[in-house]
Design a protein around this ligand. Sequence first.
Ligand SMILES: *Cc1c(COP(=O)(O)O)cnc(C)c1O
Length: 521
Amino acid sequence: MANPTGWKPSMEKEAAGVDAGIVGLLGATRGLVMEEPLVFEQGSPGRIGVSLPPLPAGADAASELPAALLRGEIAGMPEMSELEVVRHFTRLSQWNWGIDTGFYPLGSCTMKYNPKSSEALARLPGFAGAHPLLPTSMSQGALELMWKLERALSEIAGFPASVMSPAAGAQGELVGLMMIRAYHVARGNPRHKVLIPDTAHGTNPASAAFNGYSTVQLPSGPDGRLHPETVAKAMDDDVAAIMITNPNTLGIFESHIAEIAEIVHARGGLVYGDGANFNALVGVARPGDMGFDVMQYNLHKTFATPHGGGGPGSGPVGVAECLVPFMPLPVVVKEGESYRLVTDPAERPQTVGKVREFWGNMGMFIRAWALIRELGPEGLRRVAELAVLNANYVRAELKGHYNLPYETDTLHEVVFDDKLQKEHGVTTMDVAKRLIDHGSHPPTVYFPLVVHGALMIEPTETESKETLDQFVAAMRAIAAEASADPEALKAAPQKPFRARLDETRAARKPVLRWTPGMKVE
Ligand SMILES: *Cc1c(COP(=O)(O)O)cnc(C)c1O
């Protein structure tokens, strides 16, 4: 790789002197990233960040303002120049990590690169500036985009229609189960139970509980898959639905899905698909064809949109014919050459209602549509193929260095555990922390719960072979360090300004409010 600075990992090793075993394989070095005090510890009394002309003689600012807006004093308020403020926040932003900064192999979350072309389109003034309450006649372009995206998603996943409004995957699940409940109610009995395999994401049981269902946990087999016998045993006339993630959170394809769907359908239940892992199937297989009746798409995972840290999500939901009448409003329809929002429940009397304000997360719709159009059918298929290839490459390269709890091919993500490292007293947490010194965000850890000490790696299709090789080298170096010098790993990470945090204390006794004179360690 080109290295215009002439920096070499060995130079860093010498210069750092702190962690002789560590070589920043991904180029991790503190360099000019600055230590930053709290904003309250900066500035000087009387310093000010704006330069406004003085008020005309005799004018009194206080008398011009409502008294409620005036504060005599704010204790401990920092007084800073504009430059100090700008530097403070810019430096803090440099402590942040995102997909634009480096590798981010967070399993299940699909932290993939988002093309800047999609960003540019989402910012087009006609879209970005449109008010959601514009009359339909003035929002034909936005409605057309929503309609086309709804058609495309439905086609890609194999459903007759999709609900667009849910704000995230978890809300998509919630809405999916609301429709399932409404469907059963319309048939005379809401039923009481939802079946969920032990590999499921925590949002699945939560969505079931929010809809008044109790959950029955199903054990997955020794191969990490859910088996039809297990479902058959648990299935009865009181089961409203089964919730299945395919591929599941072990990255393994649920190959018995068609048979499982048949078992559930035979007793009048419905099959919910958690579509968060659709990245592995897009363009290759259609959940609607496998027997799923309803599935949320996480647009921010499969169709490239930046997320994390509470960033924007979008969780449209594909539905089978039997659930179409229950779809929440609004729904976009095409009439002749124009588009219209159906908002009146009188038009859709069985609708479960409205699930969020306005129409959905428009910015996300634009990014997803831009990506779908940019890639086309062949490109979307390549997304899945490369995501699967990359995960299997990492799997093959790390096999033997880390324990694989399931000896079966994976799709878009691969789950290791810390069994081999535990022999030296080293845990998944230590491995994850050391990866930070190597310049990589750690993978998802301790999830899925069925794997003790899980390290769940999802490289995504957007990473190059070089990046994967660097990551593999870092992971191997950590495995070697675990046997050679396990104590050193306990002190990782060494390079960030904040080394190993006392996580229990940080969670139990968080310091959320600064008070004058307080020193934060
Ligand atoms: C991310 C994820 C969810 C929840 O999606 P959000 O958009 O984060 O609400 C549900 N299930 C699985 C398997 C996931 O990875």
